[in-house]
Design a protein. Structure first.
Lengths: 115, 112
């Protein structure tokens, strides 16, 4: 597509529930990133995919968070047993490989609210 | 762990005024980037600077990179309401495969 698409744009859930957030990157972009942005903060890195594999998952806060990218395009961020502290905007970004790897294009984000 | 400090945290000015915002790093930048983020949107890349002392201009925006590559400034001339947003600086740490470290940003409001 023309840009990075994220769904849903807003998600309200209850504490303890399971949530999936989807990211559709720019067609042909091999790298995909997930970030989390809390109120009043800059984006915080979660995980980075190169193709289908997670090249760096050092930013995932704990084992309740998991992400997949099975065909090297769409990615899903999964959060189990949600907690109120998980409330944030989850941003996805994609980039080309090689010399274009430094130029990230972000989606508009998925705002997660855990009640 | 590298820390990026941005100042001021908030800035509210009138249309037509000039302003400067700052980004300081606890360690030397590898590849400094400036982004602007509007409400409800993701950050949009404005510029990448890599060379100490480098100055880049983007219309009314002037980006300066310190000689020691540990600080940067963004100057806006004759600010317009369309400049309103969150200005973020970011670095890609050396040795990282892809992730960026962001500062907390400067929230700019330009009133007509």
């Amino acid at each position: 597509g023309a840009g990075v698409s994220q769904t849903p744009s807003n998600k309200v859930t209850e504490k303890g529930k399971y949530v999936e957030l989807r990211c559709d990157p720019i067609s042909g972009h091999t790298a995909l990133y997930w970030y989390r942005q809390s109120l009043g903060q800059g984006p915080e890195f979660l995980i980075y995919f190169q193709g289908t594999g997670a090249a760096d998952d050092s930013g995932l806060p704990n084992d309740r968070f998991f992400a997949v990218r099975p065909e090297g395009s769409v990615s899903t961020l999964k959060i189990q047993r949600t907690e109120r502290g998980d409330s944030a905007v989850y941003l996805c970004a994609s980039s080309q490989g090689g010399s274009g790897a430094n130029v990230l294009t972000f989606g508009a984000g998925s705002r997660l609210t855990v009640l | 762990t590298q820390l990026l400090e941005q100042s001021p945290q908030f800035l509210s000015i009138q249309e037509g005024e000039n302003l400067t915002v700052y980004c300081n790093s606890s360690s030397v930048f590898s590849s400094l980037q400036w982004y602007r983020q509007e409400p409800g949107e993701g950050p949009v890349l404005l510029v990448t600077v890599v060379t100490g002392g480098e100055v880049k201009k983007l219309k009314r925006l002037t980006f300066q990179f310190g000689d020691a590559r540990k600080d940067s400034s963004l100057h806006i001339t004759a600010a317009q309401p369309g400049d309103t947003g969150l200005y973020l600086c970011a670095d890609r740490p050396s040795g990282s495969q892809g992730n960026l470290i962001f500062g907390k940003g400067t929230k700019l409001s330009v009133k007509p």
